[in-house]
Design a protein around this ligand. Structure first.
Ligand code: HXC
Length: 511
């Protein structure tokens, strides 16, 4: 072959690979309101930065006459590129090629990518859109999945792993995204389920649509499997870029600092009146969070699930922080099973990746009831307790109002290793609310007048932050309007925190 022909051959193969499963299948995707794998990668990465690897890989299967049907790339696009200049590894299942299904060769591409990402200390973003195991390859496909699950687990806590679900994701295929740190789904075009509607109907006689069973909102609001929902593929890529902007590239790095133009000393008078006079009146904790963070930018994680607790990322004077906050507007901010698990996983994520945790507390306690007790609130609540105890990143706490009972201990109290504990003058740090306390202490021995006076007495003695401050459990009682600068000072003071837990193989978090 002449030199010129050799170059032509390469050109031809490149063009062939770029066409994936062909124009018809690409058009079918567009008609369904979806973008192709390549278009998604283009939207995700900095322009021109994506380098595709293994684009000439084909499957090695000869069952079902598959040797006659080979498509370059074999249904997955892998490579690396940049997001805001930072190195990222990405794979995108290409639905136009064998439905983006997992073959041995396809899995090998992902495994190679993940191993390289781990070595280079850079995040992996997976864009999932696949019919699952490639049926023609049988156990080869299952082996490929398992290799990926193993690497997901080995990479956990070392490099951030993020999954976007942009189409079908069913059967065991759901477990790779489930092992990653964050799952983003696209409304109306993505599904996740272990068994689909037909199997469910056959086994349990339940009738449910794909969307109700495993659509974006099912997993964002009901199951808690997913963390974000986007309206379309394009928005999903933008949201992935935003999320990754808060995360370090690996567990040995600090999260990315961004110079802030927001005044470090900015005070906000409106915070002085956010907490209502009446302690039983709800208010929106998000108002406090949004007011104090840089440019009022707060990226809420799992905004539709267990809304009695708020989690998310923000920056303060340029430094990234993970925020956990009770939300008095929903269920009075009580801790229940779902909110405990939601916050526990987030606290552990922040701890893995050197992200300081700021906790805003207004919690009346744990939710009572048989549903909670039989559901295991004891072990699930313990997850949050465990997560806070083991976290060695800077921990800063602001008690805005109620910090009652065991929930006071759990929500990043001084006793479980918080570094800076603030309280507003409106804080009430006590074993329980005044009414409940008086009922228990005096049983039914008081008339109404005596009861009222006992309640008032309890409130004066305990429903304030001063007892805890006298004991040094609260470092400083602050005006709400100065929250921003106080948090920034605490972040600056704790910046070089050195703390390690006793050496162990790993702890035994109550799962
Ligand atoms: C091989 C598959 C396939 C599969 C789809 N295709 N699923 N090829 N193995 N599992 C192919 C189709 O033949 C078709 O090829 C192309 O992908 C697109 O599929 P369509 O059915 O035309 O698309 P659509 O109507 O959009 O439906 C998409 C779908 C459906 C919902 C994903 O294809 C489907 O239900 N597939 C089967 C899903 C499944 O049961 N997978 C196994 C799950 S178990 P052509 O050539 O016509 O374009 C599993 C175990 C994993 O995954 C275990 C891990 C531990």
């Amino acid at each position: 072959m002449k030199l010129e022909d050799k170059y032509k051959l390469l050109e031809k193969k490149k063009k062939e690979a770029a066409l994936s499963g062909g124009i018809d299948r690409i058009e079918k995707m567009h008609k369904a309101g979806k973008k192709t794998a390549r278009e998604r990668i283009n939207d995700l990465m900095d322009p021109g930065s994506f380098v595709e690897t293994d684009k000439f890989v084909t499957h090695r299967c000869s069952d079902f006459e598959m040797q006659k049907n080979k498509i370059l790339g074999d249904g997955i696009i892998t490579g690396y590129g940049r997001i805001e200049g930072r190195l990222m590894f990405v794979f995108a299942q290409d639905f136009t090629v064998f439905g983006g299904t997992m073959s041995r060769a396809n899995a090998d591409k992902v495994v190679k990518l993940m191993q390289t990402a781990l070595k280079m200390g850079a995040p992996v973003i997976g864009l999932n859109d696949s019919g699952g195991a490639r049926i023609q390859e049988g156990v080869e496909s299952l082996a490929g999945y398992a290799d990926i699950f193993y690497l997901n687990t080995m990479s956990s806590g070392v490099i951030p792993q993020i999954s976007a679900i942009l189409g079908a994701c069913a059967g065991g295929a759901v477990y790779s995204p489930a092992l990653t740190d964050f799952i983003m789904m696209v409304n109306k075009t993505s599904n996740m389920f272990v068994t689909g509607p037909d199997v469910i109907k056959a086994v349990t006689h339940e009738e449910v649509t794909k969307e109700d069973l495993g659509g974006a909102m099912a997993h964002n609001s009901k199951s808690g499997v997913a963390h974000f929902v986007a309206e379309n593929d394009e928005q999903c890529m933008m949201m992935l870029r935003e999320l990754i902007g808060y995360l370090p590239s690996n567990n040995m790095e600090e999260p990315p600092f961004k110079t802030s133009l927001d005044d470090k000393f900015r005070e906000d008078e409106k915070l002085q009146t956010v907490i209502p006079d009446d302690p039983n009146k709800p208010y929106d904790m998000k108002e406090i969070i949004v007011t104090v963070v840089d440019n009022n930018n707060f990226l809420e994680v799992m905004p539709y699930y267990a809304q009695n607790i708020i989690i998310g990322f923000a920056r303060l004077n340029g430094q990234v922080a993970g925020i956990v906050a009770n939300q008095p507007q929903i269920l009075a901010g009580v801790l229940d099973i779902n909110s405990s698990v939601k916050a526990a996983r987030f606290v552990r994520f922040c701890d893995c990746f050197n992200i300081p945790i700021i906790t805003f507390v207004d919690v009346p306690g744990f939710l009572p009831g048989t549903t909670q007790e039989f559901g295991g609130i004891i072990k699930h609540g313990a997850k949050l307790l465990y997560a806070y105890c083991e976290a060695t990143v800077p921990k800063i706490t602001v008690i805005t109002r109620k910090a009652y009972g065991g929930a006071y201990d759990v929500m990043s109290s001084k006793h479980i290793g918080a570094d800076v504990n603030y309280a507003y003058p409106t804080a009430e740090i006590a074993v329980m609310g005044a009414e409940g306390a008086v009922n228990i202490i005096y049983k039914n021995t008081l008339n109404e007048e005596e009861r009222n006076s006992a309640v008032e007495n309890y409130k004066n003695t305990f429903a304030n932050p001063y007892k805890a401050a006298e004991l040094g459990y609260i470092d400083e009682i602050i005006y709400p309007k100065e929250t921003r600068i106080k948090l920034i000072q605490a972040l600056e003071m704790t910046k070089n925190k050195r703390k390690t837990n006793p050496p162990k193989k790993h702890g035994n978090i109550p799962l």
